[in-house]
Design a protein around this ligand. Structure first.
Ligand code: KG4
Ligand code: ZN
Length: 343
């Protein structure tokens, strides 16, 4: 069974073909990073227009890379939310038109669920065992879930203000580092001593699994102001390392606490920030100490991509969720919101 996935929720136009919900036959990601870089963040209107330009060539490339035509497909899956409304519209309407033209079944999937279910596309190892705890951490989200099965997940905690990736991006802007800031901070922080200064770890000792990153971002801004001069390259690297350590401390502590409270054997980390080297290393150490198996989603599947959409779409079209109530068919309504029980 071959499913074509389409993703356009933010600033990546992506298409991919996945076979049987597990084997990635192609994955094309057209990143708009350069288009948004001058603005230091994603400009929604520009994102929508860029998706319009990219969507047809990206889908064509995904079919070509898989050595397939539309005739080889069995179904279509498209990200239906959460995301930027105008950006989502492009992918959803394109996918609906394709379904209308081909007669293929179509399903809309939740972007966040697709992020953490990307762990099932890692063919180098056994998939995670249900129930597991998932940390979805990106530019738009920092949330912890208990996942009991495909389509069955509940929110344990989330950021009460900025997402971790958003905090990285804002901190990088203060430090004069390029967008996307998470990548730049990770790069300059690598190999530096994270303890030359210390930023706050908000809420780390409080009950529950919510998080907060805006105080940390303000602390960094204050620190730079108090320096009284633009930070040197050396100072930027020390600040970046200390900032990264604070974010990672919070994410590791909250995730491990959620895993312990949920009594799970497996933890998944996913989303753009899950590409962070320090987060992967520190979460790996913490998991090992706790006797938990860590599934850090492969780097190619951390940032927004369509393989994760196609893989999850397979479950809703042909797998365990084929009969589940979910947005499907040509009249499906986009822009589902995250709920406690999932999309
Ligand atoms: O999942 P994603 O591609 O898009 C969203 O759904 O938001 O995540 C993008 C976010 C950006 O904030 C970016 O700065 C961050 O992920 N990011 C990182 C790293 N690579 C990307 N943050 C920390 N370390 C990284 N290596
Ligand atoms: Zn994402």
């Amino acid at each position: 069974m071959n499913v074509l996935g389409i993703e356009s929720s933010c600033d990546e136009t992506a298409a991919a073909v996945v076979s049987d919900g597990r084997h990635i036959r192609s994955s094309i990601i057209w990143s708009q990073v350069e288009v948004h870089a001058p603005y230091g963040g994603v400009v929604p209107e520009i994102a929508s227009r860029s998706h319009l330009q990219a969507i047809v060539p990206v889908v064509r490339q995904a079919l070509a890379q898989a050595d397939m035509t539309l005739d080889d497909l069995d179904g279509l899956a498209v990200t239906i939310g959460p995301g930027l409304v105008g950006a989502l519209l492009v992918g959803v309407q394109f996918a609906k038109a394709l379904a209308l033209g081909t007669g293929l079944p179509i399903v809309g999937v939740n972007h966040i669920e697709a992020h953490f279910m990307a762990a099932f596309l890692d063919e180098s190892r056994e998939p995670p065992r249900f129930p597991f705890v998932a940390l979805a951490v990106s530019g738009g989200h920092s949330s912890l879930f208990r996942v009991d099965g495909f389509g069955r997940f509940s929110l344990l905690g989330r950021t009460l203000d900025d997402a971790a990736g958003e905090a990285f991006d804002k901190a990088a802007a203060v430090l004069g580092l390029p967008y996307p800031g998470g990548v730049a901070i990770d790069r300059v922080a690598e190999g530096r001593n994270p303890d030359t200064l210390r930023f706050p770890r908000s809420m780390i000792k409080e009950a529950g699994f919510d998080m907060s990153f805006s105080g940390l971002k303000s602390a960094l801004r204050r620190h730079v102001e108090l320096l009284g001069h633009p930070p040197s390259d050396d100072e930027v690297a020390d600040i970046a390392a200390a900032f990264r350590e604070a974010v990672v401390d919070v994410l590791v502590a909250r995730t491990m606490a959620a895993a312990a409270a949920s009594d799970v054997r497996d933890v998944v980390i996913a989303g753009g920030v899950a590409a962070n080297r320090r987060l992967r290393a520190r979460m790996g150490d913490a998991a090992e100490r706790a006797g938990i198996s860590l599934h850090a989603v492969p780097l190619a599947l951390c940032a927004d991509n369509a393989a994760m959409v196609a893989g999850l779409g397979h479950q809703y079209l042909f797998g365990s969720l084929a009969d589940a109530d979910c947005p499907r068919g040509l009249s499906m309504d986009p822009f589902i919101r995250m709920t406690a029980t999932g999309g």
